[in-house]
Ligand binder design. Structure first.
Ligand code: GUN
Length: 301
């Protein structure tokens, strides 16, 4: 078998085109705005933020990048987030990770108002996802993974999905999302015993462990769908957590690196931002509605 390549670049372009069309047709006088908080000089983070800003502009989302030096204290960072929370023109807030060692990321992420938390990293949103609440803001990479799986047309319900990696950003939320779609989910990690034997049972493999080429052809069940979330640099070359050449001979579907999950992350972040914008506008109308203002345009009249 030679795997069919799941084209993340193409799917992401389509998500962005649809989004640009919806934003252009939106009758709001305001533009959706995403605020990105960037702390320090991490080179990869700077590249990711630049990509997000460029992609936002292309679909009609304003993007304000707030840059802080490595030496900023946690208190000052929380104050900056508080101002963004209170700014009615800001619809989405993300804090680019990783943060410097002296700052507690969970405390920072917990301070983003849940309805503006378009990365879905606030534990409140992570909890809603775990409770299968449709109102949860779901982080971008897992949403992108699910969208790519949907393009294959495979039925998810009842399938065994094996997630390799248990990070808050990818492994855990991806596992919850797949569980909510009625997959049987195994979450594996660096301490898992007999990992190849567990992966061999998988109909769906999500590789998100940050180890270049870890997942081998011999680990893969014939006909599996393999999603590679890894972004590793080996001898200057980008590669994923999956041995692409070998695994392609066994799997039915596989994502490439680059051009798989990566472009989807940005596209889904923009979609989350537009959804936050719409929900906030609707919440504003509901508020007018509660003070008895007929003709406010809200759907309750
Ligand atoms: N660092 C690595 N991936 C991400 C992401 O999706 N969002 C943020 N904010 N930081 C990251």
């Amino acid at each position: 078998m030679t795997a069919q390549i799941i084209d993340g670049k193409q799917t992401a372009a389509k998500v962005r085109e649809d989004l640009a069309r919806r934003i252009a047709a939106d009758d709001s006088e305001e533009m959706p705005v995403l605020a990105v908080v960037l702390v320090g000089e991490n080179e990869a983070s700077r590249i990711y933020v630049r990509n997000k800003k460029k992609a936002a502009a292309e679909v009609g989302i304003g993007c304000e990048v707030l840059e802080f030096s490595d030496s900023i204290g946690e208190h000052a960072l929380l104050e900056a987030i508080g101002e963004l929370n209170d700014n009615p023109h800001v619809n989405g807030i993300i804090v680019q990770l990783p943060l410097p060692e002296h700052i507690n990321p969970l405390r920072v992420l917990s301070n983003i108002r849940p309805e503006k938390d378009v990365d879905g990293f606030n534990p409140y949103n992570a909890g809603l996802l775990a409770c299968r609440e449709p109102d949860a803001v779901v982080s971008a990479t897992p949403r992108g993974i699910l969208k790519l799986l949907e393009t294959t047309g495979i039925e998810l319900a009842g399938k065994h999905a094996v997630v390799i990696g248990r990070s808050n950003i990818v492994g855990r939320p991806a596992a919850m999302l797949l569980l909510n779609r009625d997959c049987t989910v195994s979450i594996t990690h660096s301490k898992t015993e007999n990992l190849p034997a567990i992966v061999r049972q998988a109909d769906i493999v999500i590789a998100a462990c940050g180890q270049a080429g870890l997942v081998k052809k011999e680990w893969i069940k014939e006909g599996a769908a393999v999603i590679d979330v890894g972004i590793n640099r080996v001898n200057g070359k980008l590669c994923g957590d999956v041995d692409f050449e070998g695994v392609s001979e066994k799997a039915a579907f596989i994502t490439p690196v680059p051009g798989g999950v990566g472009p989807m992350t940005v596209a889904m972040l923009l979609e989350n931002t537009y959804e936050a914008f719409r929900k906030q506008r609707f919440a504003g109308q509901a508020h007018e509605c509660r003070c008895g203002s007929h003709g406010c345009g809200c759907s309750h009249h």
